[in-house]
Design a protein around this ligand. Structure first.
Ligand SMILES: [Zn+2]
Ligand SMILES: [Zn+2]
Length: 184
């Protein structure tokens, strides 16, 4: 997803671009996406430094953790970027240790003779980070029967089973997340 902004006549502007799954190089095993992916960008340019704020909207295809059916969900995420064009004679390697600014904005460095910023990887990461850990097709999803496996959203199966309370499932999810974050 390439933006040509360094030689723009405008110091600041708002642009909206549409992208798609192929352009963003999102692999099917990571995530199923419906086209299009919309990115709304506000930018402000000061010489060779451009600040960008991007709102990303995408429709993803997720699998419900309760009933194991696919469903579509709109997700939104945002990111702040600072793109800096390096001076003539400098090398991009000199900047390889810098990846975020004091305020948390992600940094992009580009060659002195280019006009192009590629934000594709950042948009892709923003989408992946916006996906819920435990997607549920609906708050009222009744899940699968623990005895016969029937999807209970389509009606009762008649099995005798212990009543399963989904609140416990969410609690166990929180517990797993805690373990994962403690391991990091
Ligand atoms: Zn469901
Ligand atoms: Zn059943």
């Amino acid at each position: 997803m390439k933006l040509e902004l360094f030689d723009s006549h405008k110091q600041s502007d708002f642009i909206e671009i549409e992208s798609n799954v192929r352009e963003l190089d999102i692999e099917e095993k990571e995530l199923s996406l419906d086209d299009p992916v919309i990115v709304k960008i506000k930018f402000h340019r000061n010489g060779d430094v451009i600040r960008l704020h991007c709102d990303v909207c995408a429709r993803v295809i997720l699998m419900c953790v309760r009933c194991i059916e696919e469903f579509r969900q709109d997700i939104e995420g945002d990111l702040s970027l600072v793109a800096r064009r390096i001076r003539k004679g400098e090398s991009l390697h000199d900047y390889s240790d810098y990846d975020s600014d004091k305020d948390g904005s992600r940094l992009i460095f580009v060659e002195s003779d280019t006009n192009v910023i590629d934000i594709g990887d950042f948009v892709r990461d923003t989408i992946l980070l916006s996906i819920p850990m435990k997607p549920v097709c609906s708050d009222t999803c009744r899940g699968l029967c623990s005895v016969c496996g029937k999807n209970l959203n389509y009606g009762e199966c008649g099995c005798k089973r212990e009543r399963f309370d989904h609140r416990f499932e969410e609690l166990s999810g929180l517990f797993e997340e805690k373990i994962i974050s403690e391991k990091k």
